[in-house]
Design a protein around this ligand. Structure first.
Ligand SMILES: *Cc1c(COP(=O)(O)O)cnc(C)c1O
Length: 473
């Protein structure tokens, strides 16, 4: 016999899950941020074969708590300073619950008219919220990686339609661009030899003179610049590529300009950060992730294009079984990206924007930036550490200093391991200029001044035990 849930059972178990969720969120700060586990340990606790017989839900939930939860990393922990945040506000969690209950597959207008129309309005709201220049139309993609891939496919097709074969198409991004850019170019069929990594300046921003030279050399060699990807807020250090100069080069060569602001785009809801996005009007496409820093939980990436027709040219298909009478007068988002099936992601944007208003979201971004800058000042005042990059947003990158570069690399790694060992906070590393560095990324939904002080205390304690010099006071 199986255990299908009648309505009363569902209601009871759903209440049990909601209570579990509320308890989890109320107590997450007391857990280790990342688990102490070894590869394969969790797998080894699970049966190798699927069950023949069904099990009642209370037992399944108990097993989840016993077997799975201890192996989870807690991205919503106030001590989460790793990577970039994937912050989830409570209203976005509630939206995902509703979305799950509806279980709508929103590939076309016909398959859920409200999902499509809410998405149209939400992408327009977000565009206004971040001060996007006029002329952009948006669509939700699962991730920035997918959006950047779609941008490169569209750029490739535009060049191909103009008679440029793939082996003459070139793509440009800085040495600090996200790995998804090179991957997207590769998946789009651009030969690896035609992908250009452009050098950066001392602040890790793309050097436009180097871009200009690379583009000029390629054109002289009979190649055709197809796409330039600029980043506002690079992954390693949140460097800001100079959009106005890059935009001029893109316009002069006819290359597609895609702007990747996966992390930093959210900051543009506060006007004081908009100067980093000046020149965006020259872009053909733009992506930012409300799922990183705007409280709209993963996954939700906002992709904007100037020319919807070019996007449709690349992504639209209309097999007979998908045609509907409404097609001429509606948006069918299945034609705006790679998958056919689409989750109802607009609902969580709506819940979040209505819960906090732009003002509430701005206040959070500002507080994260304020805390990061305070942390940066502590780093600057600590002679055993050196800051590696400016702090335009809420990421501080630093490393141990005072020894040989190799010794400082090793000491930086040791410092990171020791701080993370505490289980109270979690940071991750990067490599800048060939040197190991620690990233302190402030942006978890629940983080606060106390959590930032705690990470600094753990760093001070770890410094005392990993460096030879006496502890500073
Ligand atoms: C995080 C990040 C990405 C990748 O984002 P996904 O949505 O996980 O694909 C791309 N570019 C930059 C600059 C990022 O910070």
């Amino acid at each position: 016999m199986d255990h299908d849930m009648d309505h009363d059972t569902f209601r009871r178990e759903a209440h049990r899950v909601v209570d579990w969720m509320a308890d989890y969120l109320a107590t997450v700060a007391g857990r280790r941020v990342v688990p102490r586990t070894t590869p394969g340990a969790i797998r080894a606790t699970l049966p190798v074969a699927p069950p023949e017989a069904g099990t009642g839900f209370p037992d399944i939930l108990a097993d989840f708590e016993r077997l799975i939860l201890p192996g989870m990393a807690h991205w919503g922990h106030p001590g989460w300073f790793a990577y970039f945040p994937a912050n989830a506000s409570p209203p976005s969690v509630l939206a995902e619950m509703v979305t799950a209950a509806l279980a709508a597959q929103c590939m076309s207008w016909q398959t859920s008219p409200a999902a499509t129309e809410l998405e149209e309005v939400m992408l327009a709201w977000l565009a206004q919220g971040i001060g996007l220049p006029p002329g952009f139309t948006g669509v939700i993609q699962d991730t920035a990686s997918s959006a950047t891939f779609v941008a490169l496919l569209t750029a490739r097709d535009r060049a191909r339609d103009a008679g440029v074969p793939l082996d003459r198409q070139t793509v440009y991004a800085s040495t600090e661009a996200h790995a998804s850019v090179e991957k997207g170019a590769r998946l789009a069929g651009i030969p690896e030899a035609n992908f250009r990594r452009i050098p950066v300046d001392a602040a890790y921003a793309l050097d436009p003179a180097a871009l200009d030279a690379a583009v000029g050399a390629d054109r002289a060699a009979g190649l055709v610049p197809t796409a330039i990807v600029a980043t506002v807020g690079t992954t390693s250090s949140t460097a800001v590529d100079p959009l106005p100069a890059i935009g001029r080069i893109a316009r002069a060569t006819g290359a597609w300009l895609h702007v990747d602001a996966a992390y930093a785009g959210s900051a543009a809801i506060a006007p004081e950060f908009r100067h980093h996005f000046a020149g965006l009007d020259a872009a053909d496409s733009f992506v930012f992730n409300p799922h990183k820093w705007l409280g709209v939980q993963f996954d939700c990436s906002a992709y904007y294009v100037g020319n919807v027709e070019a996007l449709l040219r690349t992504c639209a298909t209309t097999p007979a079984y998908l045609r509907t009478a409404a097609d001429p007068s509606v948006v069918n988002y299945r034609d705006w990206g790679i998958p056919l099936g689409r989750r109802f992601r607009a609902l969580k944007i709506w819940f979040v924007l209505r819960s906090y208003g732009l003002e509430g979201l701005r206040a959070r971004i500002r507080e994260h930036v304020r805390l990061a800058r305070a942390f940066a000042l502590w780093v600057d005042g600590e002679p055993r550490l050196v800051r590696m990059a400016p702090v335009p947003f809420a990421l501080v990158v630093f490393r141990v200093t005072g020894g040989s570069p190799q010794a400082d690399d090793a000491a930086t790694r040791a410092l990171l391991d020791r701080v993370n060992d505490s289980g109270e906070v979690y940071l991750t590393h990067t490599v800048l200029d060939g040197r190991v560095a620690i990233r302190c990324s402030v942006g978890s939904w629940t983080t606060d001044a106390a959590a930032v002080r705690r990470v600094w205390q753990r760093i001070q304690e770890a410094l005392a035990s990993t460096t030879s010099s006496p502890p500073a006071r």
